[in-house]
Design a protein around this ligand. Structure first.
Ligand code: GMT
Length: 366
């Protein structure tokens, strides 16, 4: 197939999944064209894979650069030049609308829209975007969601048929465990430090868990709440135990050998970083929200706590940090679940099968 993939190029989960998918499809012999405003952070080279950057011309009249329209024109150009069969947009806003405009410009590709989370749960609730998202979903040959929870939310909020669930996946060779060497127990958290990730709660929960225990918290990523998280660590007197590592390309190096992975998100449609941790044999402590229970099995591969209960997160984390037998059992089960359910090969094959179905739908409408 000749496939277009549209995504954000950032370290965020949707960009990571889309980049890995593009590379995996190229490895399987498809011709893949990735469109974004710059080359994604985590994209490996492959001869079958080409990146098309979208440029927005600066013009004094345009207070807000019209990226959505520039993307639409770029999709149409790439479709024409490379005769794309199908375009898969990752993150519904604004990529879906751009793809539909490209189609209105005369291109005849099948459209697959992959919903990742906040495109449905946050921007989806914004009346400024909702009609556009509904338009995208109704005019896609296939709509996918990364978890059962997100699929149900998409149906509920937009009154569309239930999307196909295509869970995120992980490269099991790259994200693999190493034997834990005796040393300071380490807790890891990775995110874009947006309010929805509640990074201050991560710091607070760690402080509760690590009281009187030698342990360290490694925070990966950056974003608007990073300064507040730093201030929270100082306020709690644990700055010496917390390291802010910023964006890391080889996040697996930070995850390997950690004792636990900690999330405090208000909402999480899937939790790709939790899956990456599990694949590295790191048990997860997280709130029971969104699609997280589909990834983290409570009592088996980690511990789930009531949403917004920082005290419970702290207690659960302390249990893992102080009970080595429990930690080891969960570490093994976490890797096992990642291998059984969320491997890259099976994840990419699921997309391939869905693309073939979407093409058949498109042909039947032609
Ligand atoms: O974080 C976001 O708001 C967007 C997105 C991203 O690009 O990182 O994250 C979402 O997609 C990821 C990949 O499918 C999921 O693992 C995240 O759970 C999801 N984020 C939220 O639902 C908050």
């Amino acid at each position: 197939m000749r496939i277009g993939i549209v995504c954000y190029p950032t370290f965020g989960g949707s960009g990571v999944v889309a980049s890995d998918l593009a590379h995996g499809l190229a490895q399987r012999g498809h011709e893949v064209h990735l469109l974004s405003y710059e080359s994604p952070a985590r994209l490996w080279f492959h001869p079958n894979l080409q990146v098309h950057e979208v440029e927005v011309t600066a013009y004094p009249l345009h207070k807000y650069p019209p990226y959505t329209l520039a993307l639409a024109v770029r999709i149409a150009e790439v479709c024409k030049a490379h005769r794309l069969d199908l375009v898969n947009v990752h993150y519904a806003v604004p990529h879906g609308a751009s793809a539909l405009v490209a189609r209105a410009l005369g291109r005849r590709f099948a459209l697959v829209t992959t919903c990742h989370g906040t495109d449905i749960s946050l921007t989806g609730g914004d009346p400024g975007f909702a009609p556009l998202i509904r338009w995208t979903l109704q005019n896609s040959e296939a709509v996918t969601a990364v978890s059962g929870w997100l699929a149900r939310e998409t149906r509920r909020l937009f009154r569309v048929p239930l999307p196909d669930v295509l869970p995120n996946f992980v490269d099991l060779a790259r994200f693999a465990p190493i034997p834990v060497s005796p040393g300071l127990p380490r807790v890891v958290h990775c995110s874009n430090f947006r309010p929805v990730k509640r990074p201050c709660d991560v710091v607070t929960a760690f402080a509760k868990a690590a009281r009187g225990i030698p342990a360290r918290l490694d925070l990966v990523g950056d974003g608007p709440e990073a300064a507040r998280a730093r201030a929270e660590a100082a306020r709690l007197g644990i700055s010496g135990k917390v390291r802010f590592l910023g964006s890391q390309e080889a996040v697996e190096e930070v995850l390997r050998g950690a004792s636990a992975y900690l999330l405090a998100s208000e909402s999480e449609s899937f939790g790709l970083s939790a899956l990456e941790a599990m694949a590295c044999g790191v048990p997860v402590v997280a709130p029971r929200v969104g699609g997280l229970p589909e990834v983290v099995r409570h009592g088996r591969t980690g511990l789930l706590c009531p949403s917004g209960d920082v005290g419970a997160l702290g207690r659960a984390l302390r249990r893992l940090l102080t009970d080595e037998a429990l930690r080891r059992r969960m570490a093994e089960a976490a890797r096992g679940l990642a291998v059984d359910r969320f491997g890259r090969e099976i994840g990419i094959a699921r997309y391939e099968t869905l693309y073939r179905k979407a093409l058949a739908v498109r042909r039947s409408h032609a």
